[in-house]
Ligand binder design. Sequence first.
Ligand SMILES: Cc1cc2nc3c(=O)[nH]c(=O)nc-3n(C[C@H](O)[C@H](O)[C@H](O)COP(=O)(O)OP(=O)(O)OC[C@H]3O[C@@H](n4cnc5c(N)ncnc54)[C@H](O)[C@@H]3O)c2cc1C
Length: 433
Amino acid sequence: MAEQRIWDAVVVGSGLGGLTCAAYLPAAGMSVLVLEQHDVAGGNAHVFRRRRSYEFDVGVHYLGNYGPGGTLPTILGGVGPAGRVTFRPIDADGFDCIVLPGLTFDVPAGWQRYRDRLVATFPAEAAGIDVFLTVCRAVAGEEPDAELLRIWRHRTLADLFAHCGLSARARTVLAAQSGNYGLAPVDASVLVHARMLGHYLRGAALPEGGGQMLVAGLVEAIEADGGEVRTRCAVRRIDVEDGPATGVTLADGTRIRAGVVVSNADYRRTVVELTDGFSAATVAKAAASRPSAALAVLYVGRPHGTAGETLLGFALVLAFSYAMLWLGVLLGLLMRSIETIESTGSLLLVLFTFVSNALLSTDRMPRWLGVIAEWNPLSVVATACRQLWGNPVAASHSIPAEHPVLISAVMLAGIVAVAVPLAVRAYARAATR
Ligand SMILES: Cc1cc2nc3c(=O)[nH]c(=O)nc-3n(C[C@H](O)[C@H](O)[C@H](O)COP(=O)(O)OP(=O)(O)OC[C@H]3O[C@@H](n4cnc5c(N)ncnc54)[C@H](O)[C@@H]3O)c2cc1C
């Protein structure tokens, strides 16, 4: 199966790299299609939500060099969305905090301030720190020095530490931000460290709304120029004919032809798994490459309310189950046959659940039905729990929506007060039958 359209460029993967490339290609007059295997665009920059309350940024926790003329504003400005992404600065006096036994070091923005704080922390190592920072500034391009750049850019950070005669403790503080590139000092080049350092020392910030705002801005730019971003489209092969790439084959077998294929999938996978268009030497080199250190990230959501509010929510859920249990007992005793109990019970369960705000907001129901739904005990308990656990609550001015905890308590107490004696009486009557 092949698509009719021939695209000028297909981009495999919708990470920030792929999207940036795809947003710029139309400027060269090219039609662009982005294919993403995941169900949302953005790769490591996407944001995911849980229980409609918690929002986690996968891989944009802080960005550097965000000021006018900085990397990201310049990239975004070139395709339009710069003004639409607002960067919220992170404390310039300590955008990273390094905690060691007996020492807390807040990393400030600005090379000079960084230097002064390092020297104040390790006064005996001032000379070594100055050499270290002179090299880093040169390699980062902050204070260009061709000779220092030539000597140091491909040597390791461990070599530079040794050259500067720094203590283990100072090295730990200097290398603590290496989590940004995932390499130990013996593996990291001075270039990679200095560039990362220079990037953040220009000031760190977060895009308002999270990394997804960058993604949304780039997708908007691509679509505004007639491009397309398709999710749930895994590319199985990058097709190659007599040298150049001619398109891609998707996991479902669809062939898409293109003049140019850009792969935003990782380097190793692209060269080794996605195509056989590279030379044996290139494939061997890619196959031998080692990924940098893996990160294990635990995303933890904290209930917004206090412990008391959290417990009260659980207590309401238990009280609701207890009250419903008695209603069920009463219903069962009032009916004569199992079949009637089953069919009536199922009907009531459906009505009870669907004419409530548990699944659908009441403002999307006809007004009369919305009023009934708002007074449904299930809705009141659901609203109370949402409020107590800090989840979003639909705006409504009805009494149960404004005082859900109180109304839940009154309703549930009322149901128990009525259902228990009635059920007991019905049981006594049934027992004498
Ligand atoms: C936990 C974590 C924290 C981070 N924190 C920060 C931070 O604070 N600041 C910062 O600047 N950076 C941070 N980063 C790094 C940053 O998120 C990434 O560098 C950036 O998002 C990578 O973009 P990319 O385009 O290179 O690749 P990716 O985001 O990896 O995108 C590649 C895309 O290609 C898709 N793909 C792969 N193969 C196929 C295929 N065969 N078919 C279709 N699609 C395919 C993938 O699904 C993915 O969407 C962090 C990263 C991680 C993982």
